[in-house]
Design a protein around this ligand. Structure first.
Ligand code: 5AD
Ligand code: SF4
Length: 474
């Protein structure tokens, strides 16, 4: 190769453009980054628009009905973009990834001839080979569960990719689920529960913090079932992992999602009691407040078991708040059973929650249940539940007005001069300030609330909180 500053024109290739559209959970957002990191090695760079992309990946979610329907309508739009690209002499490849690909791969191949590649979540490391196969033989499908280590292939993001993604990052610690809730496709699309070894997670978190990340969210479909191999040769529970990660320099905030009430053990409660870095905000889905429905859902806990778990968290950390997921209209749910859900919500008091109408997922036991709840009843129940949740969320947000809260600043906001960050409870908080505060945790005096955003000013004269003192400039 010619020495600098001359370049061999033959070695200069135009980067290929990659556009990924993700639906669904945090795991999918994380997987999208994994795909970007894998394809970066093939000379792909991300583009914000599907129209000028050489490869478009729809990273799909199968958890609820509308999610998979969206994929087919999006594919309709992409077919038009692909035809336009072909008219301009460009070859656009379209891939479907994620849980719809896993569950309905063959159907996608038949129903959407525009799709070149179908790839399940366990096979993203094979994307470069699949692209090659699609080029050579037209189409490529891979949805088998791998025989090799499910995590062995996780690509390490490059330092510049980490920095570009900002100060908050996800780290996968486990994948899959063995709970088999009767309504849920996850155990079928993501497979059996597997945990990553502690050492690998420490490496990832160290690399992230060395490149500016301050907040780490550990993710997994059933994250508190975590039981990865520890350096002492034993399986470590999530609480112990969190204790260890909190010691890594630069880790200002830790979170984890999504948990199952059955898997909340003493180590997790102790972590909330002992670690200022562990945010006092827990997503703990309950799905229903009625014991008969919880049993039919195979949740393996009663409403009272759930209440007791909440009490244990609250005893360990007074300022803890919760969010949850709810399903209304599970087969056979009566008005009385739905009222038990409302009663549970009223009793717990959530900072936020997501609620969904039950949708039968092919292949799950609940899809075979014959009782139904009418569409009108489902709508009506969802409306009532959401109204209750909204009122709790608004009250929770309003309670911040007039108080001073720690905010981890993330980026410039849309309004010029404003910087936005998040409170411990993931509430967006806006202040007028210099961009130097990005990456720091600072106390903010909250003055008002605009929809779901807190508006305030830096509490310059106040004493920084314990967390601020330990993390500013770390
Ligand atoms: N119908 C409706 N909601 C569902 N969820 C999972 N499966 C279904 C289904 N078949 C919801 C649950 C879960 C969240 C991620 O999605 O509330 O916690
Ligand atoms: Fe699905 Fe239940 Fe596993 Fe959550 S715990 S992923 S709802 S099977």
């Amino acid at each position: 190769m010619a020495p600098f500053p001359f370049r061999d024109p033959g070695s200069m290739t135009t980067p290929r453009k990659l556009h990924i559209k993700s639906y669904g959970c945090q795991m999918n957002v994380y997987d999208a980054q994994r795909m970007v990191d894998t394809l970066a090695g093939e000379g792909f760079v991300e583009t914000a628009s599907a129209d000028d992309a050489d490869l478009v990946i729809l990273n799909t979610c199968h958890i609820r009905e509308k999610a998979s329907e969206k994929v087919y309508s999006e594919l309709g739009r992409l077919r038009v973009a692909k035809e336009e690209a072909a008219r301009q002499g460009r070859d656009m490849k379209i891939a479907v990834a994620g849980c719809v690909a896993q569950a309905e791969g063959e159907e996608i191949v038949h129903r959407a001839p525009t799709v070149d590649i179908v790839v399940g979540p366990q096979s993203y490391h094979h994307l470069p080979q699949l692209l090659k196969r699609a080029k050579e033989s037209g189409r490529a499908l891979e949805t088998e569960f791998p025989v090799e280590d499910k995590f062995g292939f996780l690509p390490q993001p490059k330092p510049d990719a980490i920095r570009a993604r900002g100060i908050s990052a996800f780290v996968t610690v486990q994948e899959g689920c063995d709970k088999f809730c009767t309504f849920c496709v996850v155990p079928y699309t993501r497979g059996a529960e597997v945990s990553r070894p502690v050492a690998k997670i420490i490496d990832d978190v160290t690399q992230l913090t060395e490149n500016g990340v301050r907040e780490i969210t550990l993710i997994g479909q059933n994250v508190n079932a975590y039981h990865g191999d520890g350096p002492d040769g034993r399986a470590w529970p999530l609480g112990k992992l969190l204790q260890r990660l909190a010691q890594i320099p630069g880790v200002a905030r830790l979170r984890y999602s999504t948990s199952h009430p059955r898997d909340v053990d003493d180590s997790l409660i102790a972590a909330h009691r002992d670690l200022p870095e562990l945010m006092p905000f827990v997503h703990l889905p309950v799905q229903s407040g009625a014991d008969r429905i919880l049993a039919a859902m195979n949740r393996k806990h009663t409403a009272d078991d759930y209440r007791r778990v909440i009490d244990r968290f609250r005893a360990a950390r007074q300022d803890i708040a919760f969010s949850s997921d709810f399903i209304v209209g599970f087969p056979g749910e009566t008005e009385e059973e739905f009222s038990a859900t409302l009663a549970l919500v009223t009793q717990i008091g959530y900072a936020a929650a997501y609620s969904f109408k039950y949708s039968p997922r092919p292949g799950t036991p609940a899809a075979e249940m014959r009782e139904t709840v009418s569409a009108a009843e489902m709508d009506e129940r969802l409306g009532r539940l959401q109204e209750l949740i909204d009122s709790q969320q608004s009250a929770f947000n309003r309670a911040a007005i007039g108080t001073t809260v720690d905010v981890l600043f993330e980026r410039a906001a849309r309004n010029p001069g404003q910087i936005v960050g998040r409170t411990a409870y993931l509430q967006p908080a806006h202040v007028m300030a210099s961009p130097d505060i990005i990456g720091k945790i600072l106390p903010v005096r909250i003055d008002s609330l605009e929809r779901y955003s807190l508006i305030g000013e830096l509490a310059a004269s106040s004493t920084p909180s314990l967390v601020s003192q330990t993390t500013i400039g770390a």
